[in-house]
Write a protein that binds this ligand. Structure first.
Ligand code: SF4
Ligand code: SF4
Length: 580
C-alpha cells in the first residue's frame, strides 16, 4: 500500500490470487550483465559519473575528447591513450569509427543516456527492471491552452491557460535542473505546445543544454514556416494525432470541422521540412478494425513512425470509457502492430506496455523488439535490454510535468501529484515513495503479479488506477487479466458506485451513444444501460477470450486458429454493440 503526499491512502484494492498462465521464458543473457553486477564496477560507474568543477563528468569528457578535431594540442595529448584504447575496442567489436562518433561519442543525448544509466547502475545496482536516478524521458505538458477541444483529451485542456502556469524563467531553470541530472529526452505536449507563448526560448534552451526534443501536436499549426523554424531550433521528431482516416470521424472527435485537413497538411509540411514525423492514433472499439488501413495511410504520408496511443479513461476520456477496447481487441491490435513492426515499412511504437510482450510472443527470436514506449531494436541483445528498460516506465525511467510545475508519474496519472517544482528540486521530487513502488514489479495484483512477461511489460499503471483505484492492480486491458475485465464490467454498477467517491473514477455525465443513457438520464438509468452491455460483454468474454487467453499461455506458438478466436469474439462484440 502506498500513502500519498497528502497522506491519502491510494491503494485499497484486495489482490486476488491468480493462477499463472504464461510460460517461463528461456532466459536471454548477455556477458555484460555479469560485469555490471560486480561491486567494483558499480563503484567505478559512480566515479565516472560524478561531476567535476567544470560541471562535466569523466564519461562526458571522455566522449567529447574522443577524436575531437577542435581540441587544442594539450587536450589531445592528455586524452591520447584513452583515444587509442577506444579505437582498439571499436576495431575488435567490428564497429565503424565514424558512425560511432556521430551516433554515440559526439551525440549529446546518447552520452547523457549513457551517463544516466551508468549512474543509476552505480547507485541502485543492475536491477530488473532498471531503476533510474532521473528519468530517461520526460513528457512536459507545457501549457494547458489548446486550439481544439477533443473528446478524449487526458489533460482536459481548455482555450485558456491555467492561472498558475510556470513562467519562462521557471521553465528554463527546470530545464537546467533536468540537464544536471543527465535527462536526455524531452517531449513537449499540452494542451497544444505550439501555442505556448514561450515555446521558442524554451526550445533554444533545450538546444543549448543538449536535449533530444520531440513535439506532440494536433498538427493544426504546422505551416511550412513553423516546420522550418522547428527544424532550425533542433526539434528531432514531430508526432501528430489523427483519430481516424475518415475526416468526419476525426473532426467529430476533435470538435472542429476541417481539423483533419489541416492536421494532415501539417504532417505533409513536417515531412517536407525533413523532420522525422509520426502519426499517432488512439483506437476505440469502433475504429480498431481500421488499424491496417491507418498504418498504410501513415506510410503513404511519408511518416517514419506510427504511434498507437492506448486508451486510458482519465480527463475527458472518462466520459467515453465505454469505447475502450476489450482485452481481446487489444490483443489482436498488438498482434497486428507487431506484424507491421516486423514488416519494417514504418517504425511502430505503442503506449500499451503489452506491445513489448507481443513482440516476444509473436515475433521471431532474432526479430524486432520494442524497448519501452518509444524504442526498438533487433536480436537477442535487444531482448536482454528490454528486460531492464521495457514496458511501463512511469515513475521509473519516465515522468511528466504539468503546466504549473506539478510532477506526475505519467501524463495519464494526473491524480497522483508527487511533487511541485516550486517547492522542491527536480532531484528531490524524483526520490519519492510512489516512484519506489512503481519501480518494483514484484508486488502487483492479478496476473501482472505472476506474469512471466512482467519485466517486458508490467501492465499500464494508469489503466489499473483508473479502473480499480489501485495503482498496483492488474492491467484490466490485458488478455491475461480477462477475469478482471469480466469482474469490472459484469459488476458495472457496484464498481461504478465505488468510483463515484474515488479520484480518477468514472464519470457518468455523458451518454455513450449505444443506448447506455444520455446526460439527461439519471445515473441509475445510465448504470442499468451500462450493466446491460456489461453482462453481454461478460458472456462473450467468458465464452471466447478467456479460453483463448488461457491457451495464449503458450502463445509463442499460437496457431492462426486461436487468433481467429479473438477475431470472432471481436466480430460478435462489434455486431452486438452495433445492434444496441
Ligand atoms: S499486462 Fe500484466 S498480465 Fe498482461 S502481459 Fe503485461 S505483465 Fe503480463
Ligand atoms: S502508466 Fe505506464 S504504460 Fe501506462 S501510459 Fe503511463 S508510462 Fe505508459
Amino acid at each position: 500500500m502506498y500513502i500519498g503526499r497528502t497522506n491519502q491512502k491510494v491503494m485499497t484494492y484486495t489482490r486476488p490470487q491468480v493462477t499463472k498462465v504464461t510460460v517461463t521464458l528461456p532466459k536471454a543473457h548477455h556477458p555484460l550483465e555479469d560485469i555490471l553486477s560486480k561491486p567494483a564496477v558499480r563503484k567505478a560507474l559512480l566515479w565516472m559519473t560524478r561531476r567535476g568543477p567544470d560541471g562535466k563528468c569523466f564519461l562526458e569528457r571522455l566522449c567529447e575528447n574522443y577524436d575531437n578535431p577542435n581540441a587544442d594540442f594539450w587536450t589531445r595529448l592528455k586524452w591520447y591513450w584513452s583515444n587509442k584504447a577506444i579505437d582498439l575496442a571499436l576495431k575488435r567489436a567490428g564497429l565503424d569509427k565514424e558512425t560511432m562518433k556521430k551516433h554515440l561519442f559526439h551525440h549529446t543525448p546518447t552520452v547523457k543516456s549513457l551517463a544516466l544509466t551508468a549512474k543509476s547502475i552505480g547507485t541502485y545496482g543492475l536491477t530488473v527492471p532498471q531503476r533510474f536516478t532521473a528519468p530517461l524521458f520526460v513528457v512536459w505538458n507545457i501549457t494547458q491552452v489548446c486550439n481544439l477541444s477533443c473528446k478524449h483529451c487526458y489533460q482536459d485542456a481548455k482555450h485558456k491557460p491555467m492561472p498558475d502556469e510556470l513562467t519562462t524563467e521557471e521553465k528554463l531553470d527546470l530545464l537546467d535542473q533536468m540537464a544536471d541530472e543527465y535527462v536526455p529526452f524531452v517531449a513537449f505536449a499540452g494542451g497544444e505546445p505550439l501555442v505556448a507563448k514561450d515555446l521558442w526560448p524554451v526550445l533554444e534552451h533545450c538546444k543549448k543544454r543538449g536535449f533530444h526534443v520531440t513535439i506532440a501536436t494536433n498538427g493544426m499549426l504546422l505551416t511550412p514556416e513553423m516546420c522550418a523554424r522547428l527544424k532550425e531550433v533542433g526539434v528531432k521528431y514531430i508526432e501528430v494525432s489523427i483519430d481516424s482516416i475518415n475526416p468526419e470521424e476525426h473532426d467529430e472527435f476533435r470538435g472542429l470541422k476541417g481539423a483533419w485537413e489541416r492536421s494532415i497538411q501539417g504532417i505533409r509540411n513536417s515531412v517536407a521540412a525533413g523532420i522525422r514525423t509520426g502519426m499517432a492514433t488512439c483506437f476505440t472499439r469502433e475504429t480498431v478494425h481500421t488499424v491496417d488501413d491507418v498504418v498504410k495511410f501513415a506510410i503513404d504520408l511519408g511518416c517514419s513512425t506510427f504511434a498507437h496511443f492506448n486508451f486510458i479513461p482519465v480527463g475527458r476520456g472518462r466520459e467515453i470509457m465505454h469505447h475502450d477496447l476489450t482485452p481481446g481487441q487489444r490483443e489482436l491490435l498488438m498482434r497486428k502492430l507487431q506484424r507491421h513492426l516486423a514488416e519494417g515499412k514504418i517504425s511502430i511504437i505503442s503506449t500499451a506496455p503489452q506491445f513489448g510482450r507481443s513482440c516476444i510472443i509473436y515475433g521471431s527470436e532474432e526479430g524486432v523488439f520494442a524497448t519501452g514506449h518509444a524504442g526498438k531494436g533487433e536480436g537477442k541483445k535487444t531482448l536482454v535490454l528490454s528486460r531492464y528498460i521495457g514496458g511501463c516506465g512511469a515513475g521509473r525511467c519516465y515522468c511528466s510535468i504539468q503546466p504549473n510545475g506539478i510532477i506526475n508519474a505519467c501524463v495519464y496519472i494526473p491524480s497522483e501529484e508527487v511533487g511541485d517544482i516550486r517547492r522542491q528540486s527536480f532531484k528531490e521530487i524524483w526520490e519519492n515513495a510512489l516512484f519506489s513502488v512503481l519501480s518494483d514489479r514484484e508486488d502487483r495484483g492479478d496476473h501482472c503479479g505472476v506474469c512471466d512477461y512482467r519485466h517486458y511489460c508490467g501492465g499500464c499503471r494508469a489503466r489499473s488506477l483508473a479502473y480499480t483505484g489501485d495503482i498496483q492492480a492488474g492491467d484490466p486491458g490485458c488478455v491475461y487479466n480477462a477475469h478482471e475485465w469480466v469482474e469490472l464490467t459484469a459488476g458495472a454498477d457496484s464498481v461504478m458506485a465505488t468510483h463515484f467517491a474515488m479520484p480518477g473514477g468514472f464519470s457518468l455525465s455523458a451518454g455513450c451513444g449505444n443506448g447506455c443513457g444520455t446526460s439527461a438520464e439519471t445515473p441509475l438509468v445510465q448504470l442499468k444501460g451500462l450493466r446491460h452491455h456489461a453482462e453481454q460483454l461478460a458472456q462473450i468474454v467468458t465464452s471466447g477470450v478467456v479460453q483463448a487467453a488461457v491457451r495464449a499461455g503458450e502463445i509463442s506458438n499460437v496457431p492462426e486458429e486461436d487468433v481467429r478466436d479473438f477475431d470472432e469474439v471481436v466480430d460478435r462484440l462489434s455486431s452486438l454493440f452495433a445492434k444496441n
